[in-house]
Design a binder for this molecule. Structure first.
Ligand code: MGP
Ligand code: MG
Length: 607
């Protein structure tokens, strides 16, 4: 059985590495181009220093500059042809521009590749998470993590982490050159580096909590908006617009307030940071000028020194920004890590399945200490029909969720053909079980697409046939666009009964050997209910069928009927046996069947 990556746990760095697969080479090209730009950047002040000292002044040029000066006809010749120096600088600028273009281009491409990969990986992982995970996490929050947090991470990598290489090289290069020019001046400049970085670190620790809080509150805000949109009909029907708006506004005000506080904090940080940098620059100019007058540094070198200091301070201060953004990215990485580290459901591959289904002393709870099912035992021989009846909340749907492995059994076991379903891959199980859920959900798309979605390569004939079996074909044909009618999100354009029958057709089209109808005939009148059951008996005679209903007439012809009460099997047997017994079933039977025929029809209990 394929185990997907169940149990794979990522560290923050490991997860980044996983997301970065596919974009690493592009980022590398961007980094290397950035290094070229940095080197060229460092050359320019050297040329200026040479120009000031040897072309304007009369200092002899040494080393590599003597060689280049000779190449251009010597310093004497350059004095009358300064344009040559200017031309060299322009030439360097052109080369720099080309590489800078590469930096941006490859970085953007890498970033988009990273984003695409990250979204795909997240989505694929979320698809494989068990239902239990989905129902305990807010949709708005999941969406927010997949969008905002994913953006934060990729922006951090592309705009902070990748330039970091360049910044570090820049710091090392400029600092080295500064030390070569004048040790004391360089020491003054360097003394400020730990101050600025230390300051950033203090900030980094403080900011982390605030950013996390902001992200969480944004999640709440998205959840409010999303719930409101999903439940738009309830909101309108109950006139709750004002309440919903107030709820949203309150949260929005709170969320905005958090950001304003963070921005205030940020502003304080950046302005004080600016001030320290200005202080450093002032000191260098004062001391540098004194040194220059004393002759311990040449005017050209001082000009170059100040240029290098600017090159140094930019990155050092950006280092602070990167560290502070690290806190934000760290929060996002942790939030996405929570999703990526949730255990996937092992899915396996589809196979065939046959045999009797048996529930043996099954117990179950969604939340510990709140048992939903207790000691449930019954058998469904292959090819037979089981009816399940019972009050609302008695655990009927939960029984079926367990059979489909949407949730794990808490105690006891369920077997199919003698095999514990825990040993049957969900893919096999679900390929063999057709489950019409109590709440039918239609995707935005055509009716035909909605019916075909579950089966692979479903042809039009099969779609129509399934719709006929579900007694909805006539309805569909009466729509102007027939099977091509587009149903909106959540199927808003269909009536409840039509939606229910489209859901039935979607299940029937797969022709699975086991069929579960969870209260799936509740929204149709009893004639249609009977007609659908008759078709089922005719066309799916070999299938094992489970019918859950509140309606006696729906279940009364089943081979065995289980009556659920408070999560336990209160009684079971054929309809005749249960009537004989005189228990709950008898009571429901008497109540529903004793109604006068016209009233039965009205409340939907007619046979
Ligand atoms: P059920 O199995 O949905 O009941 O819930 P049944 O018989 O299908 O009800 P009907 O109205 O569809 O006829 C059985 C019990 O489990 C109820 O008390 C529910 O409150 C509880 N329950 C159901 N679900 C789906 C959940 C869930 O997802 N989480 C938690 N915590 N409880 C649930
Ligand atoms: Mg139910």
């Amino acid at each position: 059985m394929k185990k997907a990556n169940t149990g794979q746990k990522f560290t923050g760095a490991g997860m980044l590495g996983y997301f970065l697969r596919g974009s690493r080479a592009l980022f590398l090209i961007s980094i290397l181009s950035g290094l070229v730009v940095t080197f060229l950047n460092v050359v320019i002040p050297q040329i200026i220093s040479f120009t000031v000292d040897s072309v304007i002044g009369d200092e002899p040029s040494g080393g590599i500059f003597a060689f280049f000066a000779d190449l251009f006809g010597g310093t004497e010749h350059l004095k009358s042809a300064v344009w040559m120096i200017a031309l060299v600088i322009v030439g360097i600028a052109v080369v720099m521009a080309v590489f800078q273009y590469c930096v941006t281009y490859f970085n953007t491409r890498a970033n988009q590749t990273l984003m695409r990969g990250m979204r795909n990986k997240l989505f694929a992982h979320i698809q494989r998470l068990p239902l239990g995970w989905h129902v305990t996490h807010q949709t708005g929050d999941i969406i927010q993590r997949c969008t905002t947090d994913a953006d934060v991470i990729s922006n951090f990598i592309a705009n902070q982490l990748v330039p970091l290489f360049r910044l570090i090289i820049m710091v090392v290069l400029s600092l080295t050159l500064m030390f070569v020019m004048n040790v004391w001046l360089a020491l003054i400049a360097a003394a400020f580096i730990p101050v600025l970085i230390g300051y950033s670190l203090v900030f980094y620790t403080k900011a982390r909590k605030s950013f996390k809080k902001c992200d969480e509150e944004e999640g709440v805000l998205s959840t409010y908006a999303q719930e409101n949109l999903t439940g738009v009909r309830v909101v309108r029907a109950f006139g709750r617009e004002r309440y919903e708006r107030d709820k949203f506004e309150k949260q929005n005000v709170y969320y905005t307030g958090l950001w304003v506080r963070i921005e205030k904090f940020l502003a304080l940080y950046w302005t004080s940071n600016d001030f320290v940098a200005a202080l450093q620059c002032m000191l260098l100019i004062v001391v540098g000028t004194v040194f220059c007058l004393q002759g311990s540094i040449s005017p050209g070198d001082l000009v170059a020194f100040i240029s290098y200091n600017t090159m140094l301070m930019g990155p050092v201060r950006q280092l602070g920004r990167i560290i502070s953004n690290m806190s934000r990215a760290g929060v996002s990485i942790a939030r996405i890590g929570e999703i990526m580290n949730a255990d996937e459901e092992e899915y396996g591959v589809a196979g065939t399945l046959s045999g009797d289904i048996e529930f043996k002393n099954v117990s179950f709870w969604y939340e510990e200490d709140k048992p939903v099912l207790r000691g449930v035992s019954f058998k469904i021989p292959e090819g037979s029909t089981l009816g399940v009846i019972g009050g609302t909340g008695s655990g009927k749907s939960s029984l079926m969720y367990l059979l489909d492995r949407l949730y794990p059994v808490s105690g006891g076991e369920i077997t199919i053909g003698g095999v514990n379903i825990n040993d049957i891959p969900p893919a096999t199980l679900r390929a063999n079980i057709g489950f019409v859920l109590q709440e039918g959900y239609l995707y935005s798309g055509t009716i035909a697409e909605n019916i075909a979605m579950a089966g692979e390569n479903t042809d039009d004939g099969a779609i129509v046939h399934a719709a006929e079996a579900a007694c909805v074909d006539e309805n569909i044909r009466s729509f102007a666009s027939g099977y091509q009618t587009v149903v909106g999100e959540r199927g808003v354009t269909l009536s409840g009964g039509q939606k229910q029958r489209v859901s039935i057709a979607r299940t029937l089209v797969r022709k699975t050997p086991v069929l579960i109808f969870d209260d799936s005939l509740s929204a149709v009148d009893s004639d249609t209910d009977a007609a659908i059951r008759a078709r089922l008996a005719r066309e799916f005679g070999n299938a094992t069928v489970i019918l859950i209903s509140h309606r006696i007439t729906t279940v009364m012809h089943a081979d065995n009927i289980v009556v659920m009460e408070n999560g336990e099997v209160a009684e079971q047997g054929t309809s005749a046996e249960l009537i004989e017994k005189g228990g709950i079933y008898r009571r429901i039977y008497d109540m529903q069947m004793s109604l006068p025929d016209d009233l039965k029809e009205e409340v939907g209990y007619g046979g």
